[in-house]
Design a protein around this ligand. Structure first.
Ligand code: NI
Length: 184
């Protein structure tokens, strides 16, 4: 099922999300399938639960589309449940990011190049992984969502001011998204 994608300005994107009680969360597998369907329909490479209106610590990433330019993205398709970033490298990298909750905006963001993250996958198996390069950028972008942040929070005040009208249009549903949206 395709879910509406909550747009910038909605409070659900600003809450800190809660861990899932994996033993008791209803229809978790169905939710994960719906999030993949929603992400692919909108042609995104990641989607976090707050973007479908749920303040739970769950996101999906498929960076495979980027593998032509960034070989380290090949086959990087993962579900992250109750993730925790436990280490970040001092070395940083910049990457031009976009977001399905902010259609029409892309900005260069600087983030740690390598992270270490613990999480459960869709089969509830625990992982403790080091991720580096563009896949690490994608994961940090989605991780931001479950912490109540969006990527433009990393952009300087001058750029933010330039984006102000675009942001207002997004929150009014006037940004021309080609997928189902939910407005503030
Ligand atoms: Ni996003």
């Amino acid at each position: 099922m395709i879910l509406p994608i909550y747009q910038y300005g909605h409070k659900v994107l600003r809450n800190v999300s809660e861990d899932i009680d994996v033993a008791n969360y209803p229809n978790l597998q169905e939710l994960i399938v719906n999030m993949w369907d929603t992400m692919y329909r909108a042609e995104g490479c990641g989607l976090a639960a707050p973007q479908v209106g749920l303040n739970i610590r769950l996101f999906v990433v498929d960076a495979g589309e980027l593998s032509e330019s960034y070989p380290e993205c090949a086959g990087f398709k993962k579900v992250f449940i109750n993730p925790e970033i436990i280490e970040e490298s001092e070395e940083e990298m910049s990457f031009r990011e976009g977001c399905l909750s902010l259609p029409g905006i892309s900005e260069t963001v600087v983030r740690p190049k390598t992270i270490r993250i613990t999480y459960l996958d869709e089969n509830l198996q625990p992982h403790d992984e080091e991720i580096t390069g563009v896949p690490a950028i994608c994961v940090q972008h989605e991780y931001d969502h479950i912490e109540g942040h969006v990527f433009i929070d990393h952009v300087g005040p001058l750029r933010r001011r330039i984006l102000k009208n675009k942001l207002t249009n997004i929150s009014k549903g006037k940004a021309g998204a080609h997928y189902r949206i939910a407005l503030p």
